[in-house]
Design a protein around this ligand. Structure first.
Ligand SMILES: Cc1ncc(COP(=O)(O)O)c(C=O)c1O
Length: 382
């Protein structure tokens, strides 16, 4: 592991997580089974929805969403470029075209509803809204836009597990909500994810596709059920392990307290960084209570050498990150879809200036103060 004084993220893993994993290891069943089923029930209850399907990671969640909606060759899906590349990759692998839309502004890094609307064509099958850093996209308007065109709204809620906002709980407003429990996420199981869907039949389809569309599972057979099965669709193996689900159950129980601690860090950052001239704090006016606070993004003034700024923070033992290099400028996307610099002016301006500061639930006042002081010094360095 690194010797950062303050890393960008740090998972909250304690004795309860270790005990839960040890129990699974002793149970005699390691793949998807009763612990996963219980995790799904608890997750659905936390969101107030009828059901949830646990999967092996957030990318699997998005891929299952795309497959279950029948998105394929000739179809288009409108999505932000300022996101992790998962949604774009799964749409592309399904044979469809990701159509990138710009973000709203330097203060709201989520996708711009008007730009999404402009990019809808008769070929559009879905919109992907990503809740950047845990802040809600313009969800009510996007849901209305999707409804008016008869297309699906997928929420990429990788940054926002069980997050209550004025639009509703993130991931439950659109047709399908996808979550990631990757090692750096607010709810971290190493690798893991979850899918929810408004329509029970759609969720049932997702459950089936998670395991090769088999009509009975290995767990059913383990319990003495029929040893032959049929296959009634084309699925994949996106099943989670019981160890991941055991971690997930413990993390889910601790999430409200962990989120409260993230909010305290954000309040401190907002108070002490706002006074630095030229630095923009995106989402600064967003109510602290209405975000999962997965990331704390700042925008450096135009002309700042970001790499040098990061190096100065690194010298103080502070890790920073960039979220994200925009998908439309990746080599593979430029070559396949002809996207290029200039396509998305707000995204491009923001991505060149963006830096994420450390943010995790276990971050104490001392670490937060260290970051603020290091940023201040990096700021005034000659
Ligand atoms: C916005 C976003 N979408 C999707 C994913 C994919 O999740 P995973 O890494 O669990 O596949 C991630 C995280 O990595 C993400 O940050």
């Amino acid at each position: 592991m690194s010797d950062w004084k303050v890393p960008l993220y740090r998972p909250e893993i304690g004795a309860a997580e270790a005990d839960a994993v040890a129990d699974v290891l002793r149970s005699g069943w390691l793949s998807t089974g009763p612990v996963t089923q219980d995790f799904e029930t608890r997750y659905a209850d936390a969101l107030g929805v009828h059901g949830a399907v646990a999967v092996s990671n957030g990318t699997a969640a998005l891929h299952l969403a795309v497959l279950a909606l029948g998105i394929g060759p000739g179809d288009e899906v409108v999505m932000p470029s300022l996101s992790f590349v998962s949604a774009a990759a799964t749409v592309t692998l399904a044979g469809a075209t990701p159509v990138f839309a710009d973000i709203a502004s330097a203060h709201d890094l989520c996708v711009d509803t008007d730009d999404v609307a402009r990019r809808i064509t008769p070929r559009t099958k879905a919109i992907v809204a990503m809740h950047y850093g845990g802040y809600a996209a313009d969800l009510t308007a996007l849901a209305e836009l999707a409804r008016s065109h008869g297309i699906a709204l997928i929420e990429d809620s990788a940054h926002a597990p069980a997050t209550r906002t004025r639009h509703g709980i993130l991931g439950t407003v659109g047709d399908i909500g996808c979550y990631s429990f990757f090692a750096t996420k607010n709810l971290a199981t190493g690798e893991g994810g979850m899918v929810v869907a408004r329509d029970p039949a759609l969720l049932a389809r997702i459950r089936r596709l998670r395991s090769h569309a088999l009509t009975s599972s290995a767990q059913d057979r383990h319990r003495g059920g029929p040893s032959v099965y049929d296959v009634d669709g084309f699925g994949l193996n996106y099943r989670p392990t019981e160890t991941s689900s055991a971690l997930g159950r413990v993390q889910l129980a601790g999430l409200p307290a962990a989120q409260a601690r993230r909010r305290a860090v954000v309040r401190h950052y907002r108070e002490h960084l706002a006074e630095l001239p030229g630095i923009t704090l995106p989402f600064a006016d967003h109510p602290v209570e209405e975000s999962a606070h997965h990331l704390f993004p700042v925008l450096l003034p135009e002309g700042t050498n970001r790499a040098e700024f990061q190096d100065r923070l690194k010298a103080s033992g502070i890790q920073t990150g960039v979220h994200y290099p925009p998908s439309h400028l990746f080599t593979a996307y430029r070559e396949r879809f002809g996207t290029r610099r200039g396509d998305l002016p707000v995204t491009e301006r923001v991505t060149d200036a963006q830096l994420s500061l450390p943010l995790y639930a276990g971050m104490g006042a001392e670490e937060t103060a260290l970051v603020v002081e290091a940023v201040r010094q990096a700021w005034t360095a000659p």
